[in-house]
Each structure stands twice: as C-alpha cells, then as structure tokens.
Unconditional design. Structure first.
Ligand code: NAP
Length: 291
C-alpha cells in the first residue's frame, strides 16, 4: 500500500472532543445548552437511523436534542408550520430537516424557511448562495463537504492551485464540495452522469472527491499517482462472509486505489464520521451566534 490512510474516525473524535469542551464551557458559564432539533418526515429506515445517530451524538457531547417526527403523509403546511415553530423556539439552536423528504413535499420551500441562524445543515438558499459568491461568508457550510475539506487540511494536503475533480453535483455533497474547493483556490472540474471520458478526467486530479453512489466505480488505474482520494460514497455490497450478507463500500475501489494514491479515506471510517462531527460543530456555533 502506498497511500496514507486518512483516519476519519480519529479525526472526527478530535472534533467531537473540541465541541464537547466548548459545550461544557458554555454550560459552566451559565449560557444555554446548544440544542439540535431534527425533523423527520416518514419512516425511511436510513433516514430514521441517521436522525437517531445525530440525537445520540448530541447526548454524548452534552448537547440537547429534540426529535420531531411527522407521518409520511404529512402536508406541506404541517411541515412548514413545524419549521416555523422551531425557528421561534429560543431553546432550539439548530434545525436539521432530514432529506430526502417524501416526494409530495416541496423540499426547496421547506429549506428556505429554516432561519439562517439555525441552518446547521447549511442548505438554506442564503447559506448556499453566499458559498457560491466571492467574498461572501456563509454562516454554516454543509456538513459532509465541510468534513471532506477538514480531512484534506488535517492531512496537510495543499488545496490552493491543486487540480480537484469532484464526482457528483448533488445539492448536499458534490456541488457544495466544488464550491468550497474553488473558494480555497483549487481548479475544479465537476463531473456528473453526462460527463464523457470520466477516467481521463479523474487521472488529472491531485484531489479527487467521489460522491456518486456507485459501488467501487472508480478504478485504481483512474487515479493519478500520489493523489488525495476522498471517498464519500456509501454503498452496500453483497458479502457472504458477513452476518448481514453485505458490507459498506465506497465509490472508489479501495484495494486498487490505495496502491496508487498518496492519501485515501476508507469506507467505512473516512468521511462518514466527519459528517456528524461537523453537524455538532455547527450546532455549537449556532448557539454562539444566537447568544
Ligand atoms: P445523489 O444525490 O444521488 O447524486 C449523485 C451524483 O452523482 C449526481 O450528480 C449524478 O449525476 C452523479 N452520477 C451518478 N452516476 C454517475 C456516473 N456513472 N458518472 C458520473 N457521475 C454520476 O447522491 P448524493 O446524495 O450526493 O450521495 C452520493 C454518495 O455519497 C452516496 O453513496 C451517498 O450514500 C453518500 N453520502 C455519504 C455521506 C456521508 O456522510 N459519508 C453523506 C451524504 C451522502 P447527475 O447530477 O447527472 O444525476
């Protein structure tokens, strides 16, 4: 193996320890306890699991958590009035609307209702708009892309001037990751399902962020020697040696890529733990902004 492993679990733990210390200092100073409110609509098992793990993280770090759950057939009005109530609730520091919402709901209208000061997911149009504009500062940056950049910085990987390739242009990962890289003076190529000659483009990347949700699609011979590879993908792959019959793998073929890359994140244990750590950091920041 040539690549240095980027230990997202350990780096996320450091972030969480810092947040826990910040929370303890606030509480000792008599200030409000940072509190995250999650909004779950429906019963998707993956969304329920994500919301539960966010609540658990809040508890572990000494923060408060409020878990709001609406049925899958909730109306637009019900979801919107819940968000408005949480906006007005001074005990709530941050609001996270778990995506995707059921398809009958207008996600854009819900997200634009979240108060910018409580938008700990960084997905309100004002925060994303600021991220896209030169010289403007979002109050919050979306957690998964922010975690990717944090890992690059932590490993001392130079972003300025690097050729960065981002696979995927979703609102929650690919596009904000690309905007963050541009804001850090990387030269960025954004790839998507209509991109031609993907392997050739990836071969130019000093930094590769893969967020497409395609099991191990990026092969070792696509990777530029010594590149930094950040694999956001979380895909289930059949594996008869596991009790569950499957295991979690990324968008990059790890076994091949680790022989070529300079740095690589494992799946699991890479980007995944960073997402929640960044959410906790944003929730503490939200409480501080609202002091
Ligand atoms: P998404 O909304 O489905 O977006 C996928 C993106 O990949 C789209 O932009 C799509 O292009 C592009 N794409 C799909 N097939 C492609 C192909 N063959 N070649 C090039 N581009 C292709 O997914 P997402 O929400 O961004 O998530 C991406 C992956 O990250 C998933 O595996 C997800 O589970 C994982 N994820 C992990 C975390 C974490 O905390 N670790 C957080 C969020 C997501 P078009 O735009 O043209 O459709």
């Amino acid at each position: 193996m040539t690549a240095k492993l980027i230990d997202g679990k350990a780096i996320a733990q450091e972030v969480r320890d810092g947040v826990a210390a910040g929370v303890a200092m606030r509480v000792a100073a008599g200030k409000s306890k940072p509190t995250l409110a999650t909004v779950l609509v429906g019963n998707r098992p993956d969304s329920s699991a994500y919301v539960a793990s966010k609540g658990k993280a809040c508890q572990e770090l000494g923060m408060g958590s409020i878990s709001e759950h609406l049925p899958a057939n909730a109306t637009q009005e019900q979801v919107e009035s819940l968000v408005k109530r949480l906006n007005a609730d001074s005990t709530v520091s941050g609001i996270l609307v778990q995506l995707p919402l059921p398809s009958h709901l207008n996600e854009e209208r819900v997200l634009q209702l979240v108060s910018i000061e409580k938008d700990v997911d960084g997905l309100s149009p004002i925060n994303i708009g600021r991220l896209a504009q030169k010289g403007r500062e979002p109050l919050f940056v979306p957690c998964t892309p922010n975690g990717c950049i944090y890992l690059l910085d932590k490993m001392g990987i130079q972003i300025e001037g690097a050729n960065a390739v981002v696979l995927g242009r979703s609102n929650i990962v690919g596009m904000p990751a690309s905007l963050l890289l541009v804001s850090r003076n990387a030269t960025v190529t954004i790839c998507h399902s209509c991109t031609k000659n993907l392997p050739d483009i990836v071969r130019q990347a000093d930094i590769l962020i893969a967020a497409i949700g395609k099991t191990e699609m990026v092969r070792g011979d696509w990777i530029k020697p010594d590149a930094a590879v950040i694999d956001v993908g979380m895909n289930s792959k059949p594996d008869s040696t596991k009790k569950s019959g499957h295991r979690l793998v990324g968008d990059v073929n790890f076994e091949e890529a680790k022989e070529v890359a300079g740095f690589i994140t494992p799946v699991p244990g890479g980007v995944g733990p960073m997402t929640i750590a960044m959410l906790m950091k944003n929730t503490l920041r939200a409480a501080e902004i609202q002091d």
